[in-house]
Design a binder for this molecule. Structure first.
Ligand SMILES: *Cc1c(COP(=O)(O)O)cnc(C)c1O
Ligand SMILES: *[C@@H]1O[C@H](CO)[C@@H](O)[C@H](O)[C@H]1NC(C)=O
Ligand SMILES: *[C@@H]1O[C@H](CO)[C@@H](O)[C@H](O)[C@H]1NC(C)=O
Ligand SMILES: *[C@@H]1O[C@H](CO)[C@@H](O)[C@H](O)[C@H]1NC(C)=O
Length: 757
């Protein structure tokens, strides 16, 4: 009994207190100093939280009281600890980057601003140790030996409370770097290689350390990047024309952010107080806020300057993702090095196109952003190849988690696939269960979900629609009797992987930004030119990510929201009235947007209402109780500045697929076709428009066959795909999908009634 109580208390803390997940995870990490700080910090933020879950048992209360009295003590310690330290305390700021990045110049300015010693490894350490200039030494001993001696000199060096400018080659010596990093924050001055080349040229440098006679300067600079990426704690993006003064300011800002792990907090859209801060880790694990709202970053999203964005024009998808996500996720939650590992796994080998999210010209001013090259052939893979790894990193090592998802079709397979790719140890403690409308998904989607079941991933068909599945999950989450039971009986907590989870949204921001940068890269626009985007919208996740990309500085003019005949959202965006009364969900050819309650819209309303939680409570209570709400006029105008909406009939959808195929040989999926029709209708052709192609047409083969007027429709999904394939369409049939379908023809799944119990 007592053990059970402890488990309950443990989970209670886990779910209630901001910072706890971060802290428990940190505890496992080796860094002792930080650990102590985190611990103090965690206790510092938790003490006044209300008790919600477990109050019925007096034994728990006693235990909680005991723990609280300890928290208060920690609180005092932490206050005094913080007040006695300046920005860096006795740590160093270590500037790292290629030759010509401006480490020395920037280092001097930063030193001046902080009023602390400045050490240049070249001049102050190496030349003094060797009693000769670096270039003399290099001539003396040669490349290999030079790196070795340089590393040795670094190992002997120590400093504190200083700004240190490394040499360009220091990061190539592992032991030396481990030594300096121990007492410092490594700041990477990330300057585009082309800029470095031209700077070195004007400085009349034509060879750098490590460059043999056969290698070009460009190659060696590219080669070096892997070492820089290995060591940095924070990155400063430096554009070509940025003054050293500006870079120095950025360095200080980046260090401040790094040092202040409490600054980036999240609140519920329905929060009316200003004291329930959560961190990224809490929000990933928590999914939905306890008041029924959705988590949003309290101070909005970070903004990148045009100059910073432009450094990403030539970058790969993974590099763009890295830079954008580093800005959105505090390193205390996920350090840059871990993020790189996660991004590498997510967008490494499992996308069938090396560009991950390629942009393709369709016709006139229309471009398609192909988001279906992931393993389960819809855009959901972008978030769900990544989110499970983020989740596994954010949860404490000692807990089990059951992830619940409601799906209108494509999420199911993407979630199952994503979570089944976790490392084996994570699979033992993280399982996922996906609920889908048994009769509301296409036969191929269903086969796919069944085929993606693994030892830690199951699918359940529900005899109802998507909205029921989603509402049921929300109710399960807020049923403390049930969650308490799972905790006590199974040591297991619940989590959500729906598009309401913040970790699902963030990776989606990346491809909207990436698409814009690709158009710049292809010379279709120059950075700063406007584009429109048009997105088939259901739960408002994908289009919200585009709105976020806009807020972060991508020059998107309008986001065009495309619905099918379930057009509640279109009506809302046009009139400000969200009205579910008398509406029934109509099954369509584009089932992934057959949604009436568009969850993520709440986040956008919160944004335009300047975080007015009271208003959000009122609107959503009204929706719940009376089936409708109306947005006031000023907010509607604000909303319409960014959003335009239209809807497409079933007939028009199929006609668009037919006409695009007959004019270009390209097959649109049914959702993409909905967007194409709306884009044709609503866009004024004064700027390019990027249409999100959210799924591969193979997933909706029967509708496609019908649209293309291919009469011989066979029942079996696999033979439908073979039939489509025989037309050699563009793009070819999705092979990952074929593989899944081949595999699972005989497997089964559970079906249950539309009954919450
Ligand atoms: C999920 C899905 C959508 C809807 O995306 P939201 O983010 O919910 O608006 C659109 N198209 C396809 C193919 C999908 O799978
Ligand atoms: C350093 O080198 C100079 C000549 O290059 C020499 O005069 C001087 O004595 C040397 N100093 C030491 C400490 O070796
Ligand atoms: C909440 O507090 C932060 C600073 O702690 C402040 O910037 C913000 O404006 C406050 N928000 C509200 C709604 O009071
Ligand atoms: C996915 O990537 C992993 C390695 O990250 C690889 O082992 C696996 O075969 C890939 N699967 C597919 C379907 O590409």
């Amino acid at each position: 009994m007592f053990i059970e109580e402890l488990i309950v208390i443990f989970f209670f803390f886990l779910n209630q207190f901001s910072g706890l997940t971060r802290w428990l995870r940190k505890k496992k990490n080796k860094n002792k100093n930080k650990n102590q700080k985190q611990q103090q910090k965690m206790f510092h933020t938790v003490q006044y939280q209300p008790l919600r879950l477990i109050t019925q048992n007096s034994l728990s209360k006693i235990c909680l009281k005991l723990m609280f009295s300890r928290l208060v003590t920690f609180e005092r310690i932490s206050k005094s600890w913080f007040s006695s330290h300046s920005l860096i305390g006795n740590k160093n700021i270590i500037l790292m980057g290629p030759p010509g990045a401006g480490k020395t110049t920037v280092g001097r300015i930063v030193g001046q601003k902080l009023d602390c010693p400045v050490i240049d490894i070249d001049d102050d350490v190496l030349e003094r140790t060797w009693n000769m200039s670096v270039s003399e030494k290099l001539q003396d001993v040669g490349n290999e030996q030079f790196l070795e001696e340089e590393g040795k000199a670094l190992l002997k060096f120590s400093a504190s409370g200083s700004v240190i400018s490394l040499t360009g080659s220091n990061p190539m010596h592992t032991a030396g770097m481990q030594h300096v990093k121990r007492n410092g924050i490594v700041v990477y001055l990330d300057v585009p290689t082309m800029v470095i080349m031209s700077r070195l040229k004007s400085m009349k440098v034509d060879r750098i350390v490590g460059q043999g006679p056969a290698t070009s300067l460009k190659d060696i600079l590219q080669f070096r990047k892997q070492f820089y990426k290995r060591w940095y704690d924070v990155r400063v993006l430096c554009g070509g024309n940025m003054a050293a003064e500006v870079v120095a300011e950025k360095v200080l800002d980046a260090v401040k952010r790094y040092q202040n792990s409490e600054v980036e907090t999240y609140v519920s859209t329905r929060s009316t107080q200003n004291n329930s801060h959560k961190y990224f880790s809490d929000v990933v694990v928590g999914g939905l806020a306890s008041d029924g709202g959705l988590f949003v970053p309290e101070r909005g999203l970070p903004v990148l300057t045009a100059e910073e964005w432009q450094t990403l024009i030539g970058a790969t998808y993974a590099e763009r993702a890295q830079v954008i996500l580093e800005r959105c996720i505090h390193p205390a939650d996920i350090p840059a090095s871990k993020l790189r590992e996660i991004i590498g796994t997510a967008y490494g080998e499992n996308f069938t196109c090396s560009k991950i999210a390629p942009v393709r010209h369709l016709t006139g001013n229309q471009f398609l952003l192909e988001l279906f090259h992931g393993p389960t052939a819809s855009f959901k893979d972008f978030a769900l190849q990544m989110m499970p790894h983020i989740f596994a990193y954010c949860i404490p090592r000692s807990c089990n988690y059951l992830v619940l998802v409601a799906t209108s079709g494509d999420t199911g397979s993407a979630v199952l696939d994503g979570f089944s790719r976790l490392h084996d140890t994570d699979k033992q403690r993280i399982a996922v269960m996906s609920f889908f409308p048994e009769d509301g998904v296409s036969p191929i989607q269903k086969s796919q979900m069944i085929g993606c079941q693994k030892e830690n991933a199951w699918s359940v068909g529900v005899k109802s629609d998507f909205d029921f599945c989603q509402t049921a999950i929300k109710k399960i989450f807020t049923n403390s009797d049930y969650t308490g039971y799972l905790t006590v009986e199974y040591g297991t907590a619940l989590a959500a992987a729906n598009s309401i989870n913040w970790a699902r949204l963030l990776p989606q921001v990346v491809y909207h930004a990436s698409a814009y940068l690709d158009l710049v890269h292809q010379g279709i626009i120059i950075f700063g030119d406007p584009v429109d985007v048009c997105i088939p919208t259901g739960n408002f996740g994908n289009i919200l990510a585009a709105l976020y990309a806009k807020m972060m500085g991508i020059p998107i003019r309008k986001c065009i929201c495309a619905s099918n005949e379930n057009n509640v959202l279109t009506d809302f965006i046009r009139t400000g009235i969200y009205d579910l009364r008398g509406r029934k969900l109509v099954p369509t050819f584009s089932p992934a947007v057959d949604i009436l309650k568009s969850s993520n819209l709440e986040r956008y309303l919160h944004l335009i209402a300047d975080g007015d939680g009271q208003l959000l409570i009122q609107l959503y209570n009204q929706l719940e109780n009376q089936g409708h709400f109306q947005l006031q006029k000023d907010l509607l105008e604000k909303l319409q500045q960014n959003l335009v909406a239209g809807w497409c009939s079933e007939e028009d959808c199929l006609a668009a697929i037919h006409s695009v195929y007959s004019t270009t040989g390209y097959i649109l999926d049914t959702h993409t076709a909905v967007a194409k029709v709306v884009a044709d209708r609503l866009q004024d052709r004064t700027c390019p428009i990027i249409i999100s192609s959210t799924a591969h047409y193979s997933k909706f083969a029967p509708a496609i066959l019908r649209a293309l007027k291919i009469t011989e429709i066979k029942q079996n999904p696999l033979s439908q795909l073979h039939l489509l394939s025989s037309y050699s369409p563009l793009p070819p049939v999705h092979w990952g999908l074929l593989a899944t379908l081949k595999k699972n023809e005989n497997e089964g799944h559970r079906v249950c009634a539309a009954d919450l119990s």
